[in-house]
Design a protein around this ligand. Structure first.
Ligand SMILES: [Zn+2]
Length: 443
């Protein structure tokens, strides 16, 4: 799967990954299946070379050596050019990650060959294809492949169509053909057109956190809190299960043959996928609920404190969330929430802006502007209390209000006089909880 990167700073060059099921006739199927089969061959050729290098020298083959191997193979020229480089990368990467794993676990198996009846994905980039419409592209078969399939005409151009048209105005930059059980899919990286940004409406500020992943405050005073408890308990459950199975695997490695061990590690992989799927579903539902609400509440801009501001969990554990590697199984995947919100809001023409929230969310009373830490405290269940103005307010809503304030006043925000007419905010926030199917308001 291609992972499109978006330019986060200015929302320009916005890519999305789109998937479509290819509508096959016999010719298309025959050609694609042959190419996917060759992609497997190519992968195994590179893998064979990598293993050979490892066995004889004890070193991981470098990328250039692998690229040379795939270029020199009999199967060169059968596939679109970029696929060769891509395959070399894949093999190199799987060896490198195995090498890392090996430092911790001496029994880790080196990366293996693909079964020869399996089909592999292949990749078109740049001039390798021509997008005709938003659900069709053309490519020309290489001479070797054409000869092998014994097509007589000089040039054979294949027209590949898929069922779900990509967004109008989007430009397809890269196409991956992915074999599935009984069909093929296109996974395309699409450069998206600039949306029609909303010009009128209100601003919503969001404070991100662990226990309450999202706490929001609108300019009109509406508040909402999304509770992370249920999702965190999934994460903890799967984490425990994983540890249990892992220790079982370790306990048996001495006595069990390789095959059994492999079966256990497959079980682990399945579990991780299942746990991930549960969490993923909850996160997608959450970001959709928020984006839908933004539409209903006539929001034009959503402001977030950027993740650099949040370093630790409430209990002091955990690391910088901004780094992907430190996102472990115990933490609410905030980064995913932000990434999904960004594109779901964009599709609705709503801008998402991250501001530096350092010092804003926890260290300031959003009602009177007091920043003297001695005169404020957190009372039970995440309530913030300011002694100066005697306000009790949910700590995360206080954070969201501070973010809104900072966005509206930018650098001047600390010296601003108290908010005017701030009585509306004390209305109880809508509390959203996940019930395994949807996020709904409780209480
Ligand atoms: Zn105060």
């Amino acid at each position: 799967m291609i992972r499109p990167k978006a330019n986060k700073k200015n929302n320009k060059n916005w890519y999305e990954c789109r998937v479509g099921r290819i509508e096959e006739d016999i010719t298309t199927h025959r050609i694609l299946a042959r190419m996917a089969w060759i992609a497997t061959k190519l992968f195994n050729t590179a893998m064979w070379h990598a293993r050979q290098t490892w066995d004889t020298t004890g070193k991981i083959p470098n990328g250039i050596a692998l690229q040379k191997v795939v270029h020199a193979s009999y199967y060169h020229d059968f596939l679109p050019a970029h696929t060769y480089q891509h395959t070399a990368h894949q093999v190199g990467n799987s060896f490198r990650s195995w090498f890392q794993l090996r430092k911790k676990d001496k029994t880790a198996m080196p990366p293996g060959f693909r079964r020869k009846e399996d089909l592999s994905a292949f990749l078109f980039t740049g001039y390798g294809f021509k997008a005709v419409t938003n659900n069709c592209f053309l490519f020309t078969l290489g001479p070797k492949l054409k000869a092998e399939l014994s097509y007589p005409n000089k040039r054979l151009t294949l027209r590949v169509k898929w069922n779900t048209p990509f967004p109008v105005g989007g430009q397809i930059q890269q196409i991956e053909i992915v074999p599935r059980k009984d069909h093929f899919e296109v996974h395309a990286k699409v450069l998206m057109p600039e949306p029609e940004w909303r010009k009128t409406g209100q601003i919503k500020a969001i404070d991100l956190g662990q226990r309450n992943p999202v706490a929001s405050y609108n300019e009109d005073g509406q508040t909402a809190i999304f509770k992370g408890g249920q999702v965190l308990s999934y994460l903890q459950y799967w984490n425990k299960e994983k540890a249990r199975v892992q220790s079982e695997v370790m306990g048996r490695t001495a006595t069990r043959p390789r095959k059994k061990r492999r079966r256990w590690s497959k079980a682990l992989g399945r579990m991780a996928r299942h746990g991930n799927a549960q969490v993923k579903q909850a996160i997608h539902a959450m970001t959709k609920t928020i984006a839908d609400r933004c539409g209903e509440e006539d929001v034009k801009v959503v402001v977030l404190g950027d993740l650099k501001g949040i370093k630790k969990n409430e209990d002091g554990t955990g690391k910088n969330w901004n780094r992907k590697a430190s996102q472990n199984w115990q933490q609410f995947p905030i980064r995913q929430v932000v990434d999904q919100l960004r594109y779901k809001l964009r599709r609705r023409g709503i801008r998402l802006i991250e501001i530096d929230e350092r010092g804003t969310s926890k260290g300031r009373c959003s009602v009177c502007g007091n920043t003297d830490r001695k005169s404020m405290r957190r009372v039970h269940r995440g309530t913030f209390h300011c002694r100066k103005c005697d306000t009790h307010i949910n700590a995360d809503i206080n954070g969201a209000r501070n973010i809104l304030h900072k966005y509206l006043h930018q650098s001047e925000w600390l010296r601003q006089p108290p908010d005017e007419g701030s009585s509306g905010f004390l209305a109880d926030p809508s509390i959203y909880r996940w019930d395994d199917h949807a996020w709904s308001v409780v209480g």
